[in-house]
Design a binder for this molecule. Structure first.
Ligand code: P6P
Length: 331
């Protein structure tokens, strides 16, 4: 018997999630549609002249790649006139996007996403990803506002990512009694099939993953922490060094093989580079549901309270033992 498709799986596990109304299932199905559309664009971008940048600088101060913009527009379209979704927040947009059609305006759900994470890897055919976070708002009267999006990660309804590598993989968790589920895209028929029915993060083996060229900008505690990994002194067993420059790829390896991914604060950027609402928080929900952990070096990532849409936070995420060791080294 073939494994269930993503849609079949979502329907089968609907009852496992608190407040499951079927709306979340429809949102997850839409997210997988966006993933398939982005995967297809990535496949053909080289032939269609869609590599390279747009010449624009986004709200993050980063050069916008053509595919960043294309991936973002796919998300906006996929959730247009979707009755349950009142608005979206994107890494590529300075403000939230509130849908103004009658059905959407009273929607309860909000989607936060990084449409194409690691876009520096586009032109070198490296791995890339999309990260998504699903929140609900309590008050559904009137148009959604930015303040509705500023929720701690522990309030997420669902979270996950799509990894565009040799294969396209869709990973999500919806909390409750559910686990972390992984699906692999069969491009020949455009279906995601369940390939990882219950992802658990290993405590042994795996990697430590950090951009060591930032060492001059770390404080002494971070320098010593990373040195303990590099020199095999970390009390967590052997970890090899791996770093792809794409958070989703580095996180997916950590999720499946164990270890730790670190993006510490820097002297010129004390809260680091990664964004809370659509990078750190969703991946931290996945990590914890798989038995792992995540902090900002002091506080559990999911307990952080954001005060702005593009807020950044340091990230130490991975196997529970590694994150506890890292966090205790930094307190
Ligand atoms: P650095 C990609 O730009 C990204 O946001 C993440 O995907 C990745 O983990 C990180 O930045 C890489 O940053 O400073 O190591 O190049």
């Amino acid at each position: 018997m073939t494994s269930p498709t993503l849609i079949e799986h979502i329907r089968q596990t609907e009852g496992h999630h608190p407040g499951a109304t079927g709306e979340l299932s429809r949102i997850l199905a839409r997210l997988s549609l966006a993933g398939r559309m982005i995967a297809q664009r990535l496949l053909n971008a080289g032939f269609l002249g869609e590599h390279g940048d747009t010449g624009q600088i986004n709200v993050q101060g980063e050069v916008v790649q053509k595919l960043d913009e294309l991936a973002d527009s796919i998300f906006v379209r996929v959730f247009e006139s979707h009755p349950g979704v009142c608005g979206i927040g994107s890494e590529e947009r300075s403000k939230i996007h509130a849908y103004d059609d009658e059905e959407s305006k009273s929607g309860r759900y909000m989607i936060l996403y990084d449409p194409l994470d690691g876009s520096g890897n586009i032109d070198i055919n490296g791995s890339l990803g999309t990260i998504f976070s699903v929140h609900q708002r309590d008050d559904i009267r009137g148009a959604v506002a930015e303040g509705d999006f500023l929720q701690p990660g522990n309030a997420q309804i669902a979270a996950g990512y799509i990894l565009y590598g040799p294969a396209t993989v869709f990973v999500y968790t919806a909390g409750g009694e559910g686990s972390v589920y992984g699906f692999t895209l069969d491009r020949s028929i455009g279906e995601f099939f369940l390939t990882h029915p219950d992802i658990r993060m290993p405590e042994t083996g795996g990697s430590y993953s950090v951009n060591e060229s930032n060492e001059p900008k770390w404080n002494d505690d971070v320098k010593e922490l990373v040195a303990s990994y590099r020199q095999g002194r970390a009390p967590v067993g052997e970890r090899v060094a791996r770093y792809t420059g794409a958070l989703v790829a580095d996180f997916h390896r950590t999720l499946l093989k164990g270890g730790i991914f670190m993006y510490p604060g820097l002297s010129d950027r004390p809260r680091g580079k990664l964004r809370y609402l659509y990078e750190a928080a969703p991946l931290s929900m996945v990590a914890e549901r798989a038995g792992g952990a995540s902090t900002d070096g002091k506080i559990r990532t999911l307990d952080l309270q954001p005060t702005e849409l593009h807020e950044r936070c340091p990230l130490f995420i991975g196997s529970r033992g590694d994150v506890e060791y890292a966090t205790s080294s930094l307190e």
